[in-house]
Write a protein that binds this ligand. Structure first.
Ligand code: AMP
Length: 551
């Protein structure tokens, strides 16, 4: 059997990066994917999405920026100043690794021959790293990474680093990969998309397409699928803009989104980042196990005692390894609002109305509840529901179309969220500074950014809203993930997502997004959101336009 080489994959990524033509990218992909055996095809597709594991795979490498920088410095023999200067030039750690390692190759007259990297070799290394835990795991991880980087050519190192940091930036969205799969094996794009939606594993989809089995793709229990997302609306009238009929209005619970899979006596609760968080919520297990015999449901876990408790308490439940002591202090409940699979039948393509009926028939018992919902036919009814939801301590309402299928990973108008008078933004922290007064020893001032395509654009700075304990924890994280220390300001790895509230959005050239926030304050740390999911310049523009037309 021909072993897929990592070098060829790196070369294809390089070629894709160097053309702006979508058709050419698709052609390059198709030609390359066709040469691979099934096992390599599966993994190569995952790497082409810029991720070390498939979308639906909860495993993580947990390799910090500083660990990678340490290794690149060690192997290249370069100084931190050189690396800093190169980072400033490229803004891309993969490119920095490539450049520093190629200088090293030029310098050494007799480079030690090492076996070429294979796709399967990289996969095994990643799997071993993800499985490591415990006190010596960092050292062990570093050894495996060091081996990989030592065996890599500079170009391979560039793409290894890009995949490890999930920051590919070669102008390839997953949608383009889906198109390439459809064309290469002559199947319809709809079928490829549908299969990928169900499996969250584009590599597996490619293998099925080649074997002519794509139509057999179905949901798999205990392989979480991406969550359906909602678009922000600012008024009840907006909810009826696209359709005149009835809408389902639910309370928008302020907790964490979960997907529950159950079959026989096996149960798993997955978070929005597709992590398995079953062990954090033991009091839900008995009820979830008796809800139905085999199902996948979508819902929200909320900290609750006679009503919602603050969100940060729920986060404490998630962080504790042993939740026993917190069970009494911070009780939780689960509100179920959608059903994706029941007893061997996938329900995704059914309209919400039918899925809701099936959900209502399940055997709900405290502390697992059916979400509260009403049917609204006028903006006045939606407004009333919004006010009532706010009075009960909820964030607002979710407004859903009754005819909508469940569309995993998609954000659109089939689900709408109406939060407060003005929306909040999800932003990623890009730079931090020490605070003042009692906060002089901690990193408590954050500059944050929104997204524009593959770029991050700064939009503001905030230093209020978090608890001392949260600031301590973030300070520790930022120290370990500082990319460049500029003295007072430290540039950090863009991974920490915050939800910020503000009074208004203004045009401004102070930040490179072209906008600034008036009175920004941090509402919470969004541990459940990844930097890919933050607000975009488009979102900001919409909010800006909206506030301008408001009386
Ligand atoms: P946001 O996190 O602001 O993007 O709002 C969407 C989130 O609201 C979802 O991901 C859920 O975690 C949460 N949510 C709360 N209540 C509901 C509900 N009834 N239906 C759907 N999502 C809900």
């Amino acid at each position: 059997m021909r072993m897929g080489s990592f070098r060829e994959l790196a070369e294809v990524m390089e070629a894709i990066a160097s053309t702006a033509s979508k058709l050419e990218k698709i052609a390059l992909l198709g030609e390359y994917l066709n040469t691979l055996e099934d096992a390599d095809l599966e993994v190569a597709c995952t790497y082409l999405t810029g991720s070390p594991f498939p979308a639906g795979d909860p495993r993580k490498l947990n390799i910090g920026w500083s660990a990678l920088v340490d290794l690149i410095l060690e192997i290249s023999g370069a100084s931190l100043q050189t690396l800093d200067a190169l980072y400033l030039k490229h803004g891309d750690l993969g490119k920095v690794a490539e450049e520093l390692l190629s200088r090293k190759v030029m310098l050494s007259l007799f480079p030690a021959p090492s076996p070429p990297l294979t796709i399967q070799g990289v996969r095994e290394a990643f799997e071993t790293i993800a499985a490591l835990s415990g006190p010596r795991s960092r050292q062990h991880k570093m050894e495996i990474l060091r081996r990989l980087l030592l065996d890599a050519t500079p170009l391979e190192a560039k793409y290894l680093v890009k995949i490890i940091t999930s920051d590919l930036r070669i102008g390839l969205r997953e949608g383009l990969l889906e198109e390439a799969i459809a064309r290469t094996w002559s199947v319809s794009l709809e079928e490829v998309r549908r299969a990928n939606m169900l499996l969250s594993h584009v590599g597996l989809v490619a293998v099925m397409a080649r074997r002519g089995q794509i139509h057999t793709a179905s949901l798999m229990l205990f392989r979480p699928l991406r969550f359906m997302l909602a678009e922000t609306i600012f008024s009840a009238e907006e909810a009826f803009q696209d359709q005149a009929g009835a809408l389902l209005v639910e309370e928008k619970y302020d907790g964490i989104r979960v997907q529950v899979h159950k079959e026989g006596d096996r149960l798993a609760i997955y978070s929005r980042t597709l992590d398995d968080i079953t062990a954090s919520f033991p009091e839900l297990h008995a009820n979830l196990l008796s809800l139905a015999s085999c199902y996948i449901l979508d819902g929200e876990i909320v900290a609750w005692r006679d009503g919602p408790l603050p969100f940060y308490l729920l986060q404490q439940r998630l962080r504790r390894e042993d939740p026993a002591t917190l069970l009494q202090e911070i009780p939780v409940v689960l509100f179920a609002f959608d059903l994706l699979h029941l007893d061997g039948q996938d329900l995704l393509s059914l309209p919400l109305e039918a899925r809701r009926k099936a959900l209502e028939r399940l055997n709900f018992r405290a502390p697992v509840y059916l979400s509260r919902a009403i049917i609204a036919t006028t903006p006045q009814e939606v407004t009333r529901a919004f006010r009532e939801a706010r009075e009960k301590g909820n964030e607002g309402v979710m407004v859903k179309r009754l005819d909508a299928p469940y569309t995993p990973g998609k954000r659109g108008r089939l689900w709408m969220k109406w939060k407060e008078e003005l929306a909040t933004l999800d932003v990623v922290v890009v730079a931090v500074e020490h605070g003042h007064g009692k906060r002089a020893n901690v990193l408590s001032d954050y500059t944050f950014a929104i997204r524009e395509g593959e770029h991050l654009r700064t939009i503001g700075k905030a230093y209020s809203g978090l608890t001392d304990e949260e600031i301590e924890r973030l300070t520790e994280w930022f120290r370990a993930h500082t990319i460049r220390d500029l003295g007072r300001v430290k540039l950090v790895e863009p991974k920490i997502v915050l939800e910020v509230a503000f009074d208004a959005i203004q045009r401004s050239d102070r930040h490179d997004s072209g906008f600034a926030l008036r009175f920004p304050r941090i509402k919470r740390i969004r541990e459940d959101k990844s930097p890919e999911e933050i607000s975009t310049v488009e979102d900001v523009r919409r909010i800006y336009e909206h506030q301008r037309i408001k009386p």
